[in-house]
Design a protein around this ligand. Structure first.
Ligand code: HEM
Length: 347
């Protein structure tokens, strides 16, 4: 039955003449529709109420159309099944697993190591770390990334997790808003990524200092009180974050653009590849950024000031970025404590 159901449906539903991309040899009774080769017509008649309305056909059915939209000549694309199995099957396990593993590892690290303190305590003196433009680039990227990540996760996990919890009626507007916000948050993310790339490229070129830093894993697994390995403006861990975020960010941006403009840059196969790359890269970025946010807030005393106020405590700079600290023009030790810029002494 199969050999004739799909072509029949294609003609009935789409008005597609089922034929080869090249013109079918007219009237040739041996002509075989592409994708149907080797499928012998079944001789068995349908029995009783055994009426086929759907045939689980796993090949490709492509026809010939003369309208400008040649895509519509494809009725069944077999790679679509693999893509669907990825999108609604194992991608959920990969993304969910990666995120849960990261959160679990960070929680275990926190309970084992606690907060990484400024060993010599706060000095009360501040040294400039990031200027206004650098912080603008960072927060534009960070805020838009958070919006993209949250809306992306709603879109990804909506069907298996949110619909059973909140029902279709409530999920529909949430999904629509998520999709719109996802599109709106993309341009500032791209701008932020490009700005960070331009502003911080020079400071993120790997060098010899990074080897020793990596050998000691940044001192993160050393007992509290052990001096941190030397680092310049960015340590090897931050350089890795920088490269993952910028290159990964450009990859999600490019593949996102392919998905945003269907059939403009790629055909259906190209868009499936773009979706897979987009989804896997985004899941990896989310996991990396969860670790980054942990270290920038709860995980390390004094780190948030760098992006929050643009300055860090002098002791933090000396302990965590000794190489960079030595290059700074520091005030003389007996100089009065700097103010916060409004004449108020900094704490
Ligand atoms: C609430 C979210 C975030 C917080 C609290 C945060 C915090 C921080 C802090 C404190 C620093 C400075 C570290 C230092 O001075 O050594 C930093 C740097 C940086 N952030 Fe974030 N960040 C956040 C989100 C993001 C996001 C979403 C991205 C990219 C998608 C990002 C990318 C970077 C990069 C590339 C750097 C420079 C390298 C590094 O320090 O790792 N951040 N962030």
């Amino acid at each position: 039955m199969r050999w004739f159901i799909v072509p029949l449906l294609s003609v009935m539903l789409l008005g597609l003449p089922v034929a080869a991309q090249e013109a079918p040899p007219g009237g040739d009774e041996n002509y075989v529709t592409p994708g149907m080769e080797g499928r012998a017509p079944s001789a068995a008649p349908l029995e009783g109420d055994d009426v086929h309305i759907f045939t689980d056909y796993d090949g490709t059915v492509a026809g010939f159309v003369s309208i400008p939209d040649r895509q519509s000549g494809v009725l069944v694309q077999e790679q679509g099944r693999d893509w669907r199995a990825f999108r609604s099957g194992w991608f959920l396990w990969i993304a969910g697993g990666l995120i849960l593993l990261t959160v679990g590892a960070l929680a275990a690290f926190f309970f084992w190591r606690g907060r990484i303190r400024i060993e010599s305590g706060r000095s009360g003196r501040w040294v400039p770390r990031f200027n206004g433009l650098e912080r603008f680039a960072h927060w534009a990227t960070a805020i838009s990334f958070l919006a993209l990540a949250i809306t992306g996760l709603i879109i990804t996990f909506g069907r298996p997790l949110l619909i059973p919890l909140m029902g279709h009626a409530a999920f529909t507007p949430l999904a629509e808003a998520s999709k719109t916000l996802h599109n709106i948050a993309a341009p500032p993310f791209v701008i932020g990524i490009v700005m960070m790339l331009v502003l911080w490229l020079r400071d993120n070129i790997p060098n010899r200092t990074d080897i020793e830093w990596l050998r000691q894993a940044g001192g993160m697994f050393s007992a509290p009180g052990t001096p941190h390995p030397e680092a310049e403006r960015f340590n090897a861990g931050q350089k890795m974050i920088f490269w993952i975020v910028t290159l990964g960010g450009l990859l999600v941006s490019a593949t996102g653009l392919v998905l945003l403009m269907p059939f403009f840059f790629a055909d259906i196969g190209g868009m499936q590849v773009a979706q897979v790359v987009h989804a896997l890269t985004a899941a990896a970025l989310i996991a990396v950024i969860i670790a980054h946010i942990y270290l920038g807030t709860l995980g390390m005393e004094g780190a948030f000031d760098a992006m929050g106020r643009g300055e860090v405590d002098e002791n933090w700079a000396r302990e965590h970025h000794s190489g960079w600290y030595k290059t700074l023009k520091r005030p003389a030790p007996d100089a009065p404590a700097p103010t916060d810029g409004k004449g108020v002494p900094a704490e």
